[in-house]
Design a protein around this ligand. Structure first.
Ligand SMILES: Nc1ncnc2c1ncn2[C@@H]1O[C@H](COP(=O)(O)OP(=O)(O)OP(=O)(O)O)[C@@H](O)[C@H]1O
Length: 275
């Protein structure tokens, strides 16, 4: 069993009377792909928002690479080595691909607005570093040759890659992907899976939230299942898809209009994907 890169213990957050994430204890093994799944409203995005410092938990702890990061702010979490993509990444369509990704890199650099306005020596150094960092990230996602195109000229898949490059530009050890395959066709989804596998082969640890069961079952080493904010199962794709509590959660959510139906019937997703 590999070491854990990230561990959460009894993690929770309340929004008024709603316990969106409740007493979740889980770990993300280093060098692996962990999928966070669950019916709509289960708390998956909130869980990512807690890990990445967008929300402050109302209970519990988060440890990353041995350090307690529970109370850190977003930019401090990024500087420790956790980066994320968003369900709908805002890409600056008028900027070039390279310029967009350089914005992702600047999160890590020190020059502030003052330096930028006065074009100080530090600002010029940071600019050069951002350029190099952004180009490295674009190479990792296979977009180096498109660096100077306007981002808006790229395909849907290309724009998803830009979103991933923006996260990679901060040089993370842990990458959080929020519904990476949303809006992608089956061929694009297969390409995306290959990219994620390559990134992990290069040493990255990945956690992803995804509704597409073909991607989850084909890619994840481990799965954490959330339901009503609580962890109801954790295991390999095979273990989780046979877990009665998981099947029950998806069946119940389907009966109440849940969208597990976004999973493609007939894929090798086990019972959970058919619910
Ligand atoms: N900022 C917030 N304020 C109040 N309630 C919130 C907030 N963020 C999330 N919630 C609520 O917390 C619950 C969990 O939401 P969350 O978006 O984490 O679920 P999810 O599993 O990601 O769902 P989906 O699959 O639909 O994206 C929902 O009931 C949601 O309405």
């Amino acid at each position: 069993m590999p070491d854990s890169l990230l561990e959460v213990q009894d993690l929770g957050i309340r929004f008024g009377g709603l316990h969106a994430v409740r007493d979740v204890t889980a770990s993300l093994p280093a060098g692996q792909i962990t999928a966070i799944i669950g019916p709509n409203g289960a708390g998956k995005s909130t869980f990512f928002n807690l890990i990445s410092g967008f929300y402050q938990p109302t209970s519990g702890r988060i440890r990353f690479a041995g350090e307690d990061i529970t109370r850190l702010k977003t930019h401090e979490v990024v500087s420790r080595g956790i980066a994320r993509t968003f369900q709908t990444t805002t890409i600056y369509k008028e900027l070039t691909v390279l310029e967009g990704v350089m914005i992702g890199h600047r999160v890590r650099t020190r020059a502030g607005l003052f330096d930028a306005l006065l074009r100080t020596g530090r600002e010029r150094r940071d600019q050069a570093e951002s350029h190099a960092g952004a180009m490295r990230a674009l190479e990792r996602v296979g977009l180096a040759a498109q660096a100077h195109l306007p981002a808006g000229a790229l395909t849907q898949e290309g724009q998803k890659r830009v979103g991933i490059a923006m996260a990679l530009a901060s040089d993370p050890r842990l990458l959080l992907l929020d519904e990476p395959a949303a809006g992608m066709n089956p061929e694009e989804t297969v390409n995306l899976m290959a990219l994620i596998r390559e990134l992990v082969a290069g040493g990255l640890t990945v956690a992803l939230v995804e509704h597409k069961m073909s991607l989850v079952m084909g890619l994840a080493d481990g799965i954490v299942v959330l339901h009503h904010g609580q962890k109801i199962a954790q295991g390999t794709p095979q273990q989780v898809s046979r877990d009665p509590a998981v099947v029950e959660a998806y069946l119940g959510s389907h009966a109440h209009g849940g969208q597990m139906g976004q999973a493609e019937p007939g894929q090798h997703g086990g019972e959970a994907s058919h619910a």
